[in-house]
Design a protein around this ligand. Structure first.
Ligand code: SF4
Length: 460
């Protein structure tokens, strides 16, 4: 009988996309997906290292899985993702019983590695990662079409990873160490994947990357290694947007997350001109203080960030803008924190992911010391959240009476209600028959909340 697997995912959208991909690989490799960790033959934890909290949760979960494994000794426990990459064999030392330990650049091998662990009963490890530019000379890890595993079904909305790793080395971030140096998939592969997804029923595609707008690829296909690429003419992210926009039948195109440094006038013009590109951007700012931005090594100033926001709003007047921000970065003074508050008031983001700085071993900021006390960090976060919640609600209230195009995703919480996403990436609830799920309808909104709107469907 086919062995069953269950995947538990922590962290970012990239991890969610990786987990979907792993599930497809394992299914194609004759494993079956199980809804329950308690009864699955193989349980995989796809981990995140961006903050300390999810890392601790993984250890709690591993302890629980070990208690199951004591009753079912044949069970396989696997750990993949950023924490597996960052901690490596230390994870096994701290939590014996991990059968399969796989780094971020090795997930293609999971079916083979799991099979090996099942057959031999011995622990297996695969952690190779291109952390140096020079390593990329030999590096070619891009499956031709990641989503096109036989038997896989297209969802209404799909995430398509277009690049892996990051070259920015922000001082607080582990990603360049856990996902390696930046590598972009080539344009024909991405377009082929999107085309196949759309043919399978996908209406909306989100291109994914740690700094998605720094995607680049040689104009002539086949230049896989860095040496060949030197001096080659390169395609940039707006070129990719144009190519994906041209995929016949695609209704909506999004991308996340861009980095302000790579947000060029060409990208803004592409957002303005391409019909499928949605009126939404998630642009992480991290801080409103130039001193803090410099210590974070973000590569832009508050003034430059504000200039980008103004250019975006001028080019795409109905754009929704969301962001990531952290408070309590080492050495952040009250004055510097207030500058973040004033930036939020000035920009009027539609929404924000707001975090307390979490020290990550191995990063520059970790060694800097000068930690802001915990209570101060918490109170700073609370004040910022209160401000942003008010702004989100006010911005949604200002849109009352307008009509939004909604991709209907599912039934709502109460009978007769449907729910979907506007092009501005806001949730919209309205009444309608379930036969509309999967379709795009117009909804006039009459009630605002922090998260989005309630409305009434316009005549079709
Ligand atoms: S841009 Fe900075 S925060 Fe984003 S993944 Fe790269 S290093 Fe991390």
């Amino acid at each position: 009988m086919a062995k069953s697997f269950h995947i538990i995912t922590y962290g970012c959208q990239q991890n969610v996309a990786d987990s979907e991909y792993i599930a497809r690989l394992l299914t194609a490799g004759a494993f079956t997906e199980s809804l329950e960790a308690e009864t699955a033959d193989i349980v995989l934890l796809n981990t995140c290292s961006v903050r300390e909290k999810p890392e601790n949760k993984v250890y709690q979960k591993l302890g629980y899985l070990r208690s199951i494994k004591r009753r079912r000794p044949g069970m396989i426990i696997g750990v993949c993702g950023c924490q597996a990459q960052r901690e490596g064999e230390d994870m096994r030392a701290r939590m014996p019983g991990i059968d399969v330990l796989v780094g971020t650049a090795q997930i293609e091998r999971l079916p083979d590695l799991v099979t090996q662990a099942l057959e031999t009963g011995e622990p297996v490890t695969a952690l190779d990662l291109p952390t140096k530019r020079a390593d990329l000379e030999e590096y070619d890890d891009f499956p031709a079409v990641r989503k096109l595993v036989p038997g896989a079904q297209s969802q209404l909305r799909e995430f398509v990873p277009i690049m892996f790793g990051c070259d920015k080395f922000c001082s607080f971030c582990v990603v360049p160490y856990t996902r390696g140096r930046e590598r972009s998939r080539n344009l024909p592969d991405i377009v082929a994947e999107v085309t196949a997804l759309v043919e399978g029923g996908t209406k909306e595609v989100t291109l994914l990357g740690q700094t998605v707008d720094s995607w680049k690829s040689p104009k002539s296909a086949g230049l896989l290694n860095i040496a060949d690429r030197r001096g080659a003419e390169m395609l940039k992210f707006p070129d990719l947007l144009r190519a994906v926009d041209a995929v016949s039948g695609l209704q909506r195109l999004r991308f996340t997350s861009p980095h302000p440094k790579d947000c060029t006038p060409e990208l803004i013009a592409a957002m303005r001109d391409l019909p499928t590109v949605c009126e939404w951007i998630h642009m992480p700012v991290q801080s409103g203080s130039n001193e803090v931005l410099e210590r974070m090594r973000r590569g832009y100033t508050r003034e430059r960030f504000l200039e980008i926001i103004a250019q975006l709003r001028q080019a795409v007047p109905d754009i929704a803008i969301t962001t990531d921000v952290m408070v309590g970065f080492p050495g952040e003074t009250e004055q510097q924190y207030e500058e973040t508050l004033s930036l939020f008031e000035q920009v009027q983001f539609d929404g924000a992911y707001m975090f307390i700085y979490s020290p990550r071993p191995g990063t520059k900021a970790f060694d800097a010391g000068d930690e802001v006390p915990k209570e101060i960090k918490s109170s700073r976060l609370q004040r910022l959240v209160a401000i942003q919640n008010r702004i989100s609600r006010e911005r949604n209230e200002a849109l009352l009476g307008q009509v939004f195009e909604v991709l209907v995703e599912s039934a709502g919480d109460r009978p007769g209600q449907l729910t979907g996403l506007s092009r501005q990436n806001k949730t919209v609830h309205f009444d309608g028959p379930e036969s509309l799920i999967g379709q795009i309808v117009n909804v006039r909104v009459h009630e605002a909340a922090m998260w989005g709107h309630i409305g009434t469907m316009e005549d079709r």
